[in-house]
Design a protein around this ligand. Structure first.
Ligand SMILES: [Zn+2]
Length: 263
């Protein structure tokens, strides 16, 4: 499996992806908003884009579909309930489905509601596993829930699916938000030395050659995986004085998501 992360350099800071089979040159384009950059990258590698995968229905993820289909004839894949939101879907996906690319690549579909209720992530069970997570999980952050999402559902996705993936899983999100997210982590948890060191290292990084984290790293620097940290809970109580003595992780997650909206 060959992964190419494509930095769009747009205002929304989108990352697009190409996933290719090294044997056949077939490629899957994930959320190819910048269809021109994606097509150029595929051409440069000698790849043929045969499938488009939309992680979810938001326009900054689907906006390149039409031009991409026109240029390549690729089939559009997305969550099985997204048919009324995404035009010309050829295949609806559910949990456990497998997306094949060429002869050598197999990606497992995870049904990951929360950012929207029609969101899928793709998981590659390669030696170093890889997760293409759209707007569900970001480096050091979590997707927002104000355009068709639900924080409690997002919590469930984090705790029951993402948190259980192998520690070495490489994280490929839909946007480059790492710098802002690390600042939020440090606002919530000023004693988080890993987040502080990472911000020092990555502030002002070139997103065209972005750092790729792992789930193990996310557990250290992502507030939304750190729901039992005493500092996170104590700081959260400053904003929400009614927070119980030992709040359940779901409550902490939902309150953190609420704070992040105002931040
Ligand atoms: Zn979105």
């Amino acid at each position: 499996m060959i992964v190419k992360q494509i930095w769009t350099a747009n205002a929304y800071r989108n990352f697009n992806y190409l996933i290719a089979c090294g044997e056949t040159g077939d490629a899957l384009a994930i959320d190819p908003l910048d269809h021109e950059k994606c097509l150029r990258a595929a051409k440069g590698e000698g790849w043929t884009i045969t499938q488009i995968l939309n992680t979810h229905e938001h326009r900054d993820h689907t906006g390149g579909n039409e031009a991409m289909v026109r240029a390549t004839g690729a089939k559009i894949l997305a969550h099985r309930n997204a048919g009324d939101k995404i035009d010309d879907m050829a295949r609806g996906l559910g949990a456990g489905d497998v997306v094949k690319v060429g002869r050598t690549v197999e990606l497992e579909v995870l049904d990951t509601p929360g950012h929207t209720m029609c969101h899928v992530c793709l998981l590659a069970h390669t030696e170093a596993p890889a997760l293409f997570c759209g707007d569900t999980l970001f480096n050091a952050g979590a997707g927002n829930c104000h355009n068709g999402g639900h924080p409690a559902e997002l919590y469930k996705t984090f705790s029951e699916q993402l948190a259980r993936l192998p520690a070495a899983t490489r994280i490929y999100p839909g946007h480059d938000y790492i710098e802002n997210n690390l600042r939020f982590t440090l606002d919530r948890e000023p004693d988080n030395a890993s987040a502080r060191a990472m911000l020092g290292r990555l502030a002002g990084q070139d997103p065209g050659r972005a750092y790729v984290s792992t789930l193990e790293v996310e557990r250290e620097v992502n507030t939304f995986f750190r729901l039992t940290s005493p500092t996170v809970i104590a700081k959260l109580r400053e904003a929400f004085p009614d927070l119980p003595e030992e709040p359940d992780p779901r409550t902490v997650f939902v309150k953190l998501r609420e704070l992040r909206n105002t931040w």
